[in-house]
Design a protein around this ligand. Structure first.
Ligand code: NAD
Length: 479
């Protein structure tokens, strides 16, 4: 459904995120016919450029990062370029701001995407106000990281709130824009089948894995100050956990959903020393290790973390949640596995195996959901049981277009334009997540804990396996 023409300003419009994600996402929505003629996309950054140069810059980014996507004719880039313009501007100076204000169309939805370092967020909000662009038609989109602890997140929330109402602030977490993540809500709250079983009586435990094969790459300086806990757990894994653990909201509206997520974060228990494993990747024969990457031989920042945590409420008491995420692991895969309990009694005496239903929600690769069910092993061999997956890979179940479905950034940017905050984090959610994270980090810092080295291409330190083994469980093999 096309949306009314809007003005979108990308602060940091020449940066890495703009080139790789934001501009290709906008282009694909343009190709899909969702942008009415007259929509204006304005790059704003420090580099000296004019409109013609920016259009060429964007075309190059599209060729590099949009290849392989069907639905976009070669000529479409030219039409898309007409929507683009550029303003040279300094978030901390006066240059360029009058020119930007002059480009705004009164009465239109106006979105400002803060794709710059977080130290500039407050400056941008203040300048938008100063130059008369922060009225009720304005929305701001704020990238991660949203603070590095509770105090900095609160300060940031306060400074944005000076000029913008909470209903105008879109804190983006692109995990929430993924098709499967939203499908998780459809699965839970659109079916009768799962919700009655979705509690500690029937669910043995839950695993959330976000595994990357890449190292810290060019982000070494930032990453070494953050680590996996701040970079991944406090935001992405926490959001996934919330969607799994939350109570059904009364309706699918932004505050109803976010109220329920907030309750989950507030119900999280402390994580003790024995329930936490931190790791750091080693060099292999080809690639440098973490310490070389961040150029800090004394670094004790973790590039891997695994933990057991508890959601202490009526629904989940007794069902642990296991989280793990890390870099330079053997596979790139993100998934949530809901592992159900075994049947209480085995009537098939010929079968001595252990069988469990496992609902797996795959975020990447091959977005989809599958459910392991136990059936009779085919053939004349008696009543032996075997677990087989009921597979629902979206691209197979929904046809070839499903793979082309809007990616997370496309969906989220259009949600901003439509004014739907359901898939964005509210200020109090972010603060609650930091309030849970801070003491965990503080206690390992106070103890001076060092991360355990692990081999590139492994699945993190052995101790992460023991986290489950000691209660007779094991991590699912990532397929
Ligand atoms: P980048 O360094 O590639 O780009 C920064 C942009 O900000 C450039 O366009 C630069 O011109 C502009 N800029 C810098 N100082 C400025 C100033 N004083 N006034 C105006 N513009 C200024 O950074 P990036 O990787 O694109 O990241 C942008 C934001 O997105 C950061 O907050 C980052 O943490 C976040 N983020 C990035 C990624 C990613 O994949 N790159 C992923 C998630 C979040």
């Amino acid at each position: 459904i096309p949306v009314d023409p809007f003005d979108l300003v990308i602060f940091g419009g020449t940066g890495d995120l703009a080139r790789r994600k934001i501009l290709p996402a906008l282009f694909r929505r343009f190709c899909a016919g969702q942008m009415e003629e007259g929509t204006r996309i304005i790059g704003a950054a420090r580099s000296q450029m004019d409109d013609v140069e920016y259009r060429a810059f964007v075309a190059e980014a599209l060729l590099e990062f949009n290849s392989g996507h069907s639905g976009c004719e070669p000529g479409t880039i030219k039409r898309f370029q007409k929507t683009l313009s550029y303003v040279t501007l300094d978030a901390r100076g006066e240059e360029g701001w009058d020119a930007l204000a002059a480009k705004m169309h009164p009465g239109r939805v106006r979105a400002f995407y803060f794709s710059v370092g977080p130290s500039l967020f407050s400056d941008l909000a203040q300048r938008l106000h100063q130059y008369g662009m922060a009225d009720h038609d304005a929305r701001i989109v704020v990238e991660k990281p949203f603070g590095r602890d509770l105090a900095t997140a609160q300060a940031l929330n306060r400074s944005l709130a000076e000029h913008f109402d909470e209903s105008q602030i879109y804190r983006i977490d692109h995990y929430l824009g993924k098709e499967t993540v939203q499908n998780l809500m459809a699965l839970r709250f659109g079916n009768m089948l799962f919700e009655p079983l979705w509690n500690s009586r029937y669910v043995d435990h839950i695993q959330i894995t976000v595994a990357e094969t890449v190292g810290v790459g060019g982000r070494g300086e930032y990453y070494d100050r953050a680590g996996a806990m701040r970079d991944m757990v406090q935001n992405h894994l926490m959001q996934l956990l919330c969607l799994i653990a939350m109570e059904p909201p009364a309706k699918f509206d932004p505050d109803a959903v976010r109220d329920e997520k907030l309750k989950v974060i507030r119900a999280l228990g402390e994580v003790g020393r024995d329930d936490l494993v931190r790791g750091q990747y080693l060099a292999d024969h080809e690639k440098p290790g973490y310490l070389e990457h961040v150029e800090n031989p004394d670094s004790i920042t973790e590039s891997f973390i695994a933990m057991k945590l508890n959601v202490i409420n009526w629904r989940w008491a007794g069902t642990p949640f296991y989280l793990r995420t890390g870099k330079r692991l053997s596979d790139r895969a993100s998934e949530i596995a809901v592992v159900f309990k075994e049947a209480p009694h085995n009537i098939f005496t010929e079968d001595t195996g252990r069988h469990r239903n496992i609902l797996t929600i795959r975020l990447q690769p091959n977005e989809g959901i599958d459910l392991d069910v136990t059936i009779k092993e085919p053939g004349p061999g008696g009543m032996r049981l075997v677990d087989v997956p009921l597979d629902m890979t979206f691209s197979e179940a929904l046809g070839p277009d499903a793979d082309d479905a809007a990616d997370a950034y496309e969906r989220l940017i259009m949600d901003v334009v439509r004014g739907n905050q359901t898939l964005f984090m509210r200020g109090d959610e972010v603060e609650a997540a930091w309030a849970w994270t801070d003491p965990i980090i503080a206690s390992w810092e106070a103890r001076g804990d060092k991360p355990i080295p692990y081999a590139t291409g492994s699945f993190g330190p052995e101790d992460a396996l023991a986290l489950l083994h000691r209660s007779g469980r094991k991590w699912r093999e990532i397929r």
